[in-house]
Design a protein around this ligand. Structure first.
Ligand code: NDP
Ligand code: 13P
Length: 325
């Protein structure tokens, strides 16, 4: 199968480079000409400056689609719709779309599969997610992830190699939601890290975060076991603890007293959780799902609540059974 990867940020670049090294035919699509030029002429990406990038890059979106059997999405979710609008429907007809992005669209509350099917009715869809920081994948550090959806077994074979191990799952909704929700929780973890390196608090936060993710997922028919796997607790652990996580970093900066505008001006990278939390709070309100950690992340980012005030709010909630619904 031939592949194109849409999105030349850190993950799209790392993933396409890995597929190229697997011996697959791959094109990376970038929206900016200067990125393509650097990758093609200097084997350099500003998103992964320590690594040689050997994959071919193009800025011609529809040419990339025509060339490929599998179209891989690595575009921040709030910008995905705008890119999909530019794709010629006939060129993508009956192809496979594999999503790597982790988020929920604010304007519609949709997961990536739902956005894709709104545009293209005759495509096959799969999602790949799990603990997989691009910075480690380009260094060939052992990584394991989950893939769910159509052609999962064929994709699993093409993508896996001696350092990147792909497991299959049948739960597309769960894999999508777990990947989106853990980004919110990583912001909360970063806020805690910025306040103090507190082991008890971090363990409590991650455990209650997982329960919150499961409650939300179940409202959409996601399987409990998915949240116990690589795309659930696995990705939650890595994102809440990793020095590479942009979501955790964003939280840490907030706790240091910086305002959001100032933090965003420091990087071109995307912390998806900052946007997903807006979508999740709208959905949770509508469906009456209690999401205390997400609510505090939302209040801090969008309402100016201080991290200390949020911590007090969380700790002074009415006492209850650990597994309340
Ligand atoms: N980084 C990682 O380790 C992992 C990331 N992911 C997920 O992959 C997805 C892509 O993230 P990642 O590769 O990390 O991106 P990065 O944060 O590394 O880079 C930002 C990307 O967003 C693009 N972008 C910024 N503004 C726009 C816009 N207005 N329209 C379209 N694209 C825009 C940038 O394009 P440009 O350079 O042209 O500005 C760039 O490709 C996210 O959903 C993320 O959660 C999943 C697993 C691992
Ligand atoms: O999803 C990721 C790792 O699995 C990347 O997380 P960040 O976007 O927080 O860097």
């Amino acid at each position: 199968m031939k592949y194109c990867v849409l999105g030349s940020g850190s993950w799209g670049t790392a993933f396409s480079n890995m597929l190229h090294n697997n011996g697959k035919s791959v094109i990376l699509w970038a929206r900016r000409k200067e990125i393509c030029k650097k990758i093609n002429e200097e084997k350099f990406s500003p998103y992964l400056p320590q690594t040689n990038i050997n994959v071919f890059c193009s800025t011609d979106l529809n040419e990339c689609i025509s060339y490929s059997d599998v179209i891989i999405i690595a575009i921040p979710v709030q910008h995905l719709r705008n890119i999909l609008k530019q794709i010629d429907k006939h060129k993508i007809d009956s192809k496979i779309i594999l999503n790597l992005s982790k988020g929920i669209e604010i304007s519609t509350g949709k997961r990536v599969s739902e956005i894709i099917y709104e545009f293209f009715d005759n495509v096959s869809y799969a999602v790949l997610s799990g603990p997989s920081h691009a910075e480690e994948v380009v260094q060939k550090i052992p990584t394991a992830v989950t893939i769910a959806g159509e052609y999962a077994e064929s994709l699993q074979k093409d993508i896996s190699n001696d350092f990147f191990r792909v497991y299959t799952s049948s739960d597309v909704t769960g894999v999508e939601l777990a990947g989106a929700l853990k980004n919110i929780m990583a912001i909360a973890a970063g806020i805690l890290d910025g306040l103090g390196n507190w082991d008890n608090a971090k363990a409590a936060l991650m455990t209650r975060a997982l329960y919150e993710m499961i409650k939300f997922g179940k409202a959409f028919g996601a399987k409990h076991e998915t949240f116990m796997g690589l795309s659930g607790i696995g990705d939650l652990m890595v994102t809440c603890n990793s020095k590479h996580s942009r979501n955790r970093w964003l939280g840490e900066q907030i706790a240091k007293g910086k305002n959001i505008k100032e933090i965003l001006s420091q990087t071109r990278m995307i912390a998806e959780g900052m946007y997903t939390v807006d979508a999740v709070m709208k959905i949770a309100k509508r469906l009456k799902i209690d999401m205390p950690i997400s609510k505090e992340v939302y209040e801090i980012i969008y309402r100016g609540k201080t991290p200390k005030e949020s911590m007090i709010s969380l700790m002074s909630r009415p006492l209850k059974n650990e597994w309340y619904v």
